[in-house]
Design a protein. Structure first.
Length: 153
């Protein structure tokens, strides 16, 4: 390059991305959120969020049956790729990213419920089976499943 010469690269797409990302961005929450965590469980005096936490992480007497963390861990690369692609598409086409997150929220919620319905191991203890109507771990009154929601904030 000649001495004293300058140059400027103009990337309109990069400028639009910077402009788009400058404001507050919508966030997707999937799982037991503040909206449902404090709902009472019909068979317990504990809130649904507490019961979900004990099932997710386990207790001294109950094994962990991760219905959210394990699903995320097993799908993290796909989640990152699809959300990244969704964001780029929204920036390029002026598509509403919030509606895209709504669609992903429905998809991810359904996948978590499908994981629960597939019987997360270990099986229920005989004492638990005697107290509930079915034999699928984490499903009795469907309160937990109904508490799994998605929110776009």
């Amino acid at each position: 390059m000649a001495k004293g010469a300058t140059f400027k690269v103009v990337d309109k797409f990069a400028k639009s991305m910077k402009r788009e990302s400058a404001g507050p961005q919508p966030r997707l929450l999937v799982g037991i959120t503040e909206k449902t965590a404090n709902d009472p469980h019909p068979k317990s005096d504990k809130p649904v969020g507490t019961i979900a936490f004990f099932n997710e992480y386990g207790t001294i007497t109950t094994p962990a049956r991760s219905f959210i963390r394990d699903w995320v861990d097993g799908n993290i690369e796909n989640i990152a790729r699809t959300l990244g692609n969704d964001r780029l598409r929204a920036l390029k086409t002026n598509e509403n990213f919030k509606s895209t997150l709504e669609r992903r929220g429905r998809e991810y919620r359904a996948a978590i419920i499908k994981r629960i319905e597939a019987r997360i191991p270990p099986p229920n203890a005989l004492s638990t089976l005697a107290q509930k109507s079915g034999d699928i771990p984490l499903i009795d009154t469907e309160t937990l499943i109904n508490a799994i929601i998605y929110e776009v904030k």
